[in-house]
Design a binder for this molecule. Structure first.
Ligand code: ATP
Ligand code: MG
Length: 391
């Protein structure tokens, strides 16, 4: 029997018109890069499906299957056995490849799809014949078309026929790299990793920026953020993380500004610095994990105050989500357990006792005018460090 292969079904990419080729090429190269660490694969694309064929027996198919499910742009992934396009070899392949599945099932059905319309039988005929022969081969398992334990899929495609069991859900979205580049403000919290994931899923290539305030924030807090970035790499690819010194800025704010505005002024500095870094890396938007009303600095008035200092669009994909929904997503993408580790973030040092929830823009501007904003930003930028986080 031939080696098992992976079929990656494309999602929204197939709706693209003239651009479709560009999306497909990007998806293929993303998939190829992610699968490379699981062995040598030949990657090709035909009829809205990427074929990943192992070139030798050393390929780790379990790992490749998992990796393929994390590639944005792919909606479903199936492990399939290729065979010749005739009924005998389809039957023998199904019987051999799915023997274990048949032993564990009490009922089954066959579903066929004929993409190659030159094949002499239609899909109903194929299902009926293969179903009959399989029922004979496994007499303990009966045919049940309504609610079977096992579904055997047969696809007659251009080059070969494929036999597989149900496909698993892929990550969906659009291929990373087709949606431009953005700078994501990554804290160690629950929200910003989810926000980053959501934009990456729309094809956006990410740069991460993280603000540190030693000695108020610890090395562990930074390691936690790098660990979060690492969890995102199977989806996003390698991630540059820009680590920005923020201690001086926070101390100056505390020394010179009214307490009720501490957080807002601090966030205005974060936005300025993120935009400046974005301009350096070619990123064209900022991403935050803000959600309307979640905390004092995320009321509508507060958001207006923080967005005031930058010209770039700010994407806040969580703006309308509830905390429980965000937590659910954090579980799904695997960031939850790291996010809840209890290290201090620079946002939680020097928090005002009574933060302004309906800040007046002019008052905040006036309050921060005593600071030498350019010099403070320049200092942070010149102390910035870049780490590349890889899978
Ligand atoms: P998160 O769960 O992402 O930390 P949060 O609900 O704790 O969000 P804030 O702490 O007010 O909210 O932060 C709002 C947003 O600002 C974060 O989602 C993140 O995008 C950004 N941010 C906060 N702290 C930092 C930091 N130290 N470095 C980089 N970005 C940060
Ligand atoms: Mg936070």
């Amino acid at each position: 029997m031939e080696r098992e292969i992976l079929l990656l079904k494309l999602g929204e990419v197939v709706l693209k018109g003239l651009n479709r080729r560009r999306f497909e090429d990007r998806l293929m190269s993303n998939a190829a890069r992610r699968l490379r660490k699981c062995g040598r694969f030949q990657i090709s694309i035909r009829q809205s499906t990427i074929y990943a064929e192992p070139l030798d027996d050393s390929c780790d198919m379990d790992a490749a299957y998992q990796a393929a499910r994390q590639v944005f742009g792919v909606v479903r992934v199936a492990r399939a056995c290729p065979c010749e396009k005739n009924m005998d070899s389809i039957f023998i392949t199904a019987k051999t490849a799915l023997e274990k599945e048949f032993q564990n099932a009490r009922s089954f059905k066959v579903e066929s799809k004929r993409a190659d319309k030159n094949f002499p039988m239609n899909s109903i005929e194929i299902s009926r014949e293969i179903g009959g022969r399989l029922a004979e081969a496994f007499p303990a398992v009966r045919v049940d078309v309504r609610n079977p334990d096992l579904i055997v899929y047969i696809e007659i495609r251009e080059r070969a026929a494929y036999v597989h069991t149900p496909s698993a859900k892929g990550a969906g979205g659009l291929p990373v790299g087709t949606g431009g580049r953005a700078m994501s403000l990554l804290s160690g919290g629950l929200d910003s990793p989810v926000a980053s994931y959501m934009l990456a899923r729309r094809g956006v290539e990410l740069d991460m920026i993280h603000f540190v305030s030693p000695p108020y924030t610890s090395r562990q807090a930074l390691d936690k953020v790098l660990e979060l970035a690492k969890v995102l790499t199977p989806y996003c690819g390698r991630l540059p993380v820009h680590i920005m010194p923020f201690t001086r800025i926070q101390e100056e704010i505390r020394k010179n500004c009214p307490e009720e505005y501490f957080t807002l002024i601090m966030r205005r500095f974060m936005m300025r610095l993120a935009e400046k870094m974005a301009l350096k890396t070619g990123a064209k938007a900022l991403i935050t994990g803000e959600s309307l009303g979640q905390v004092a600095s995320q009321t509508m008035d507060a958001l207006r105050v923080t967005r005031d200092v930058v010209a770039m669009p700010i994407f806040r994909p969580l703006i309308g989500m509830d905390k429980v929904e965000i937590i659910q997503m954090a579980h799904e993408i695997g960031t939850y357990d790291i996010s809840i580790l209890p290290y201090e973030d620079c946002c939680t040092v020097f928090t005002p006792r009574r933060p302004a929830t309906r800040p007046d823009l002019k008052s905040v501007r006036d309050a921060e005018a005593v600071l030498n904003i350019d010099a403070l930003c320049g200092e942070s930028l010149s102390g910035a460090e870049r780490v590349i986080v890889k899978a």
